[in-house]
Design a binder for this molecule. Sequence first.
Ligand code: 3SL
Length: 241
Amino acid sequence: MKLFIYHTPELTPEDKVPDCAIAVDVLRATTTIATVLAAGAEAVQVFSDLDQLIQVSEAWSAEKRLRAGERGGAKVAGFDMGNSPLDCTPERVQGRRLFISTTNGTRALQRVQHAAAVTAAAFINRAAVVKYIMTQQPEVLWIVGSGWEGSFSLEDTACAGAIAHSIWQQTELPLAELAGNDEVMGAIALYTQWQNNLLELFHHASHGKRLLRLDCYEDLKYCAQTDIVDVLPLQKEPGVL
Ligand code: 3SL
């Protein structure tokens, strides 16, 4: 297995397709996706465009769909919810399809949607995703962070490092052989430095600060938990997990 980490969708190669790609948006899209599937949603369908989301979701009855729209951290007017994982209770989501568009996370998923296998990871479902990787043993694996509007984000790279660290521990491979690019070692170093204090790391992160300004401290606390949800959001068709 060769593992490559890309900090943002913009830094991800456009001329190659890996055997498996993991999209990461810890704050908060992939945390929300893992949570909503664990709470019994039928599926999650991602969109970069809000109008297209509205149009496609019209085919589902109001009882069978939930529309989630986030821009700049806030809920988009007219949508059922924003992007808080804490809104994804079983009572609300069971049996429904979540149609979601967020600023960066859904773009990361769309960027890798043509890989042979695609999944979504956050700290909360890290172990489930690593278990899948260890079973599948892809030859080439990408972990793609969402960042924020093209820029690096601490929390996504730390989560990429958490996944890489766990894979490394479970393979027999020396790190130099597993790592396909320098980002892998950098991400592992970031994760091991902060693994016992992820909530504090989020306080240093620019998007963490943005969410704190929007009164989302409880969201940060939830997103900072590791391996609490045993769910693998696997892409069934492009854009649908
Ligand atoms: O950028 C994104 O995709 C979002 O996850 C941002 S937010 O956490 O919902 O503000």
